[in-house]
Design a protein around this ligand. Structure first.
Ligand SMILES: Cc1cc2nc3c(=O)[nH]c(=O)nc-3n(C[C@H](O)[C@H](O)[C@H](O)COP(=O)(O)OP(=O)(O)OC[C@H]3O[C@@H](n4cnc5c(N)ncnc54)[C@H](O)[C@@H]3O)c2cc1C
Length: 479
C-alpha cells in the first residue's frame, strides 16, 4: 500500500458501506477496509438461498429518482437488471384493492355508502384540518380523511410499528408519502396515463430487479470493490470504537466467539445502528448521551419464507395484508420478481413478513411454529391451503426498521450533537443515520459522505493504483 494514501475503515457491507467503499477507491487516494458483522454481503438488501429458492429480506425493488444512483446501478449490473411493472394490492375486508388506488375497484370493495362516508370525512378534514399535525395519524388524516386513514393506513402501519398511529411521528409519513394526498391519488387514478413524467414516487410503477435477487447486485458490487483493491472482512462485528475526544483512532472488530483484531485508520464510515455505535465508544460518553441512544428503538422483522406446491399463487409482487384476522403484514412473491428465484417453476416462493420487537415473546417463536403459522394464515386468507406449503425457512432481522416514535427526534439530536466532535466519523445509511431510507437514499448518503471527505482531502498528486495491488482483498465476498 502506498504510504501517501489515507486509510478508511467502513463499518457494514450493506448498500451504503459498499457504495462508500467503491466511491472512496475511485479517488485512488484512499485504502478501504470494510468490516462486516455477518457472514454475508448486502445487509438488509441481501438475498438468502434455501434449497435453490431465493428470498430477499422482503423483496427489494430498485427504484430511484436520482440519475446518479441509476447510473451507478447500471454500471454495476446493466447485463442483469430487468424492468418490471409493479403489481401491488392491498387485502382488506376480503377484497383485493389495487394500488395505486383505482376508483372503480375501491367502490366495489368498500360499498357506495362507505365511499360517501370517506368522501365526507375527506371534505370535513379539508375544511377543518387538524392543526399542528405531529403524529402519523393526524398527518395522514389531513391528507386523506379519517375514514380512509382507518381503512388503508392504520392496520398495516400498526402491524409494522407495533405502536398506535397516534404515537408515530409524522416525520415517517412526511418522508415516505411526501406531498401525496387523496386529491392527487384520485387525479392520477383517472389521468395518470397522461402525466407519467410527474407521477409522485409513491405511485411510480416501474422498477428494476436482478434475476438472482437484490443481494446478487450487492455481491457484484462487493466484487467490484475488491477488484479496486478494497478488502472486506466478514464475521467482523465492530465492538469498540476508540477515540481521543476529538477523533476516532481505531476500532476493534471480531466474531461472536471473541477473537478480534484492531484496525487503525484516518477516516471511519459507519452504517452500524447508532445505539450500538454510542455504546461501543471507548471511552463512553456521558450518561445523557447513552440514555438518548438507548431510547432510539428498532422494529424487528421475521420473514417466513415458504415453498408452495403451485406454479402460480397471486399475480402480485407484494400483497399488503391489512386484515386484522392474521398477524402477517405483507406477502412478497419472489416468482414474480424473477423465475430464477425458484429451483422448480411448478413451485412458488412466498415471503411472509411479520414484525415484532425483539423483547416480545413472539420474537422467540421457533422456526417450526412460524412455518405452521405462515401456512395457517395463508389458508385463512384463502390464498393457498396449508397443505400446499411443502417447505420453508425463517429469517429474523433485529434492526430492520429505525423507529420514528414521537420522541425519537430529541434523542437523535442528542446523539448526533455528541458525535459531531469526531470529524473523521462519517455516518451514513439507514440505521447509521436512524433514517427510514431505501437503498437509493442510503447510497446517496454514502456518496455525500465521500464527497464531503473529498473536499477536505489535502491535494494528493494523483497516482494510479499499481496493478499488483488490485484484487488483494483480505477476504473476497462469496460468489
Ligand atoms: C422489509 C424491507 C424491505 C425493503 N424494501 C426495499 C425496497 O424494495 N427497495 C429499497 O430500495 N429499499 C428497501 N428496503 C430498505 C433497504 O434495505 C435499506 O435502505 C438498505 O439496506 C440500507 O443500506 P445500509 O447499508 O444503510 O444498511 P444495512 O443494509 O442495514 O447494512 C448495514 C450493514 O452493517 C452491518 N453491521 C451492523 N452492525 C455492525 C457492526 N457492529 N460491525 C460491523 N458490521 C455491522 C450489518 O450486518 C449490515 O450488513 C427495505 C428494507 C426492509 C427491512
Amino acid at each position: 500500500m502506498s504510504t501517501q494514501k489515507k486509510q478508511a475503515v467502513i463499518i457494514g457491507a450493506g448498500p451504503a458501506g459498499l457504495t462508500a467503499g467503491i466511491e472512496l477507491l475511485k479517488t485512488e487516494q484512499i485504502d478501504v477496509t470494510i468490516l462486516e458483522r455477518d457472514a454475508v454481503i448486502g445487509g438488509l438488501a441481501r438475498t438468502n438461498e434455501y434449497k435453490g429458492y431465493r428470498y430477499d429480506i422482503g423483496p427489494h425493488h430498485f427504484i430511484t429518482s436520482s440519475d446518479e444512483v441509476m447510473k451507478w446501478w447500471l454500471d454495476v449490473m446493466s447485463d442483469d437488471f430487468h424492468p418490471h411493472k409493479r403489481y401491488t394490492r392491498i387485502f382488506y375486508n376480503n377484497h383485493f384493492f389495487n394500488y395505486p388506488l383505482d376508483p372503480y375497484n375501491v367502490i366495489t370493495g368498500l360499498s357506495l355508502l362507505e365511499c360517501f362516508k370517506c368522501v365526507f370525512s375527506y371534505i370535513k378534514v379539508r375544511l377543518f384540518p387538524i392543526k399542528n399535525a405531529k403524529t402519523f395519524q393526524d398527518w395522514i388524516t389531513n391528507r386523506f380523511g379519517f375514514r380512509l386513514f382507518s381503512i388503508f393506513f392504520k392496520t398495516y402501519t400498526e402491524k409494522v410499528w407495533g405502536i398506535t398511529c397516534d404515537k408515530i411521528s409524522s416525520d415517517w409519513a412526511a418522508q415516505r408519502i411526501k406531498g401525496f394526498s387523496l386529491s392527487q391519488a384520485i387525479f392520477y387514478a383517472f389521468f395518470g396515463r397522461w402525466f407519467k413524467k410527474n407521477v409522485p414516487r409513491t405511485l411510480q410503477d416501474t422498477f428494476f430487479y436482478p434475476s438472482l435477487g437484490a443481494g446478487s447486485f450487492w455481491e457484484r458490487a462487493a466484487k467490484r470493490l475488491t477488484s479496486l483493491g478494497g478488502s472486506i472482512h466478514l464475521n467482523h462485528g465492530v465492538q469498540k470504537l476508540e477515540h481521543d475526544g476529538s477523533r476516532i483512532t481505531a476500532v476493534m472488530a471480531g466474531d461472536a466467539a471473541g477473537s478480534g483484531s484492531r484496525f487503525e485508520a484516518d477516516e471511519f464510515f459507519s452504517t452500524m445502528p447508532l445505539q450500538a455505535l454510542i455504546k461501543s465508544l471507548s471511552p463512553l460518553p456521558v450518561q445523557e448521551v447513552i440514555a438518548a441512544a438507548e431510547s432510539l428503538r428498532y422494529r424487528g422483522l421475521i420473514t417466513v419464507n415458504l415453498i408452495i406446491d403451485k406454479g402460480t399463487v397471486i399475480p402480485d409482487h407484494w400483497l399488503y395484508v391489512h386484515e386484522k384476522s392474521v398477524r402477517m403484514g405483507r406477502i412478497g412473491n419472489m416468482n414474480n420478481f424473477s423465475l430464477k428465484m425458484v429451483a422448480d417453476q411448478n413451485h412458488t416462493a412466498l415471503s411472509l413478513e411479520y414484525f415484532a420487537f425483539i423483547e416480545e415473546p413472539f420474537w422467540q417463536t421457533s422456526e417450526a411454529d412460524l412455518l405452521k403459522l405462515g401456512a395457517a394464515e395463508l389458508e385463512i386468507l384463502g390464498i393457498v391451503k396449508a397443505s400446499e406449503v411443502i417447505d420453508g425457512m425463517v429469517t429474523k432481522t433485529a434492526e430492520a426498521y429505525p423507529m420514528y416514535d414521537q420522541n425519537y427526534h430529541t434523542h437523535l439530536g442528542i446523539v448526533l450533537g455528541y458525535l459531531k466532535q469526531f470529524p473523521n466519523l462519517h455516518l451514513m445509511g439507514r440505521n447509521g443515520m436512524h433514517r427510514y431510507n431505501n437503498m437509493d437514499i442510503a447510497m446517496l448518503s454514502a456518496m455525500h459522505a465521500v464527497n464531503e471527505l473529498k473536499k477536505n482531502l489535502p491535494v494528493f498528486k494523483k497516482q494510479p493504483v499499481p496493478m499488483k495491488q488490485r484484487g488483494q482483498g483480505a477476504q473476497s465476498p462469496p460468489a
